[in-house]
Design a binder for this molecule. Structure first.
Ligand code: GLP
Length: 245
């Protein structure tokens, strides 16, 4: 596991953007997994800005997001589809059929999970996963306690995040919100993982994930077992591991 610590948040965003662009340049038909959230918004904007200035071939690139909210409209601004589309896909002049996402609504999410994985497999499987980490160590929407062998599924949500989505969308409590997420094992099968975190709120979970025991109680700890993983941090997110390096 390689750990890269950037001086500040902006340098972190730029470094993350180049991980994405570098993968597209190294392999023009790369299959690239992204994550939504506060960690990645600026990073994706930087990719779009660099592309606008120095366009490169994106005609064969495939993009997907590691997870998606379920039981909301896809057009909801907080859906992963809409975020990734707005931040990146629409700016890259890539064929829209190369943006692979599960639906937000379905009567049969089990078969949608299988279809999502199959679509990625047909394109040769994921080359890169830019992987965010939740405050409680979740990856994708795999919450603490999720078995590592779990395949892509609809997981219960992080309660704090769920409360925020409900507030913003006025979805009532008796309406089931879920999160379709690649399973831990599917994420681990990606050829390269870049775990990304910035800000001091992530410092403690980063220390536990990188230097604590590998345990399903903290799903992100599984990346210690990945043969090709880089951890990209800013100084604040790295604050609790400095003395361990
Ligand atoms: C959400 C997303 C994850 C993301 C994580 C971190 O739960 N489903 O994919 O990695 O939270 O988000 P943030 O970057 O906003 O801290």
């Amino acid at each position: 596991m390689k750990i890269t610590i950037m001086e500040d948040e902006h340098q972190f965003d730029i470094a993350g953007a180049w991980r994405i662009i570098g993968q597209m340049m190294a392999k023009p038909d790369a299959v690239i997994g992204l994550s939504t959230g506060q960690t990645t918004g600026n990073m994706h904007k930087i990719v779009s800005d660099i592309y606008a200035q120095y366009p490169f071939d994106t005609s064969k690139v495939t993009i997907f997001n590691v997870d998606e909210l379920t039981n909301l409209e896809r057009s909801y601004p907080g859906s992963c589809y809409t975020m990734i589309y707005e931040q990146l896909v629409k700016n890259l002049n890539m064929p829209e059929e190369n943006f692979i996402m599960p639906p937000t609504r379905s009567d049969d999410f089990d078969s949608e999970c299988v279809k999502f994985e199959k679509a990625l497999e047909e394109r040769g499987g994921a080359d890169l996963q830019m992987l965010g980490i939740g405050w409680n160590g979740h990856i994708g929407i795999n919450q603490p306690g999720t078995p590592f062998e779990r395949q892509t599924w609809v997981s219960p949500m992080d309660p704090i995040f769920e409360a925020r989505v409900r507030r913003e969308t006025h979805v009532s409590d008796d309406y089931p919100l879920g999160g379709l997420t690649r399973g831990v094992v599917n994420i681990m099968q990606t050829r390269k993982i870049v775990l990304i975190a910035k800000g001091k709120a992530k410092a403690e979970v980063i220390r536990k994930a990188l230097f604590g025991p590998v345990t399903t109680d903290l799903p992100a700890s599984v990346i210690q077992l990945h043969p090709n993983c880089e951890v990209l941090l800013d100084r604040e997110a790295a604050a609790d591991i400095q003395e361990l390096l």
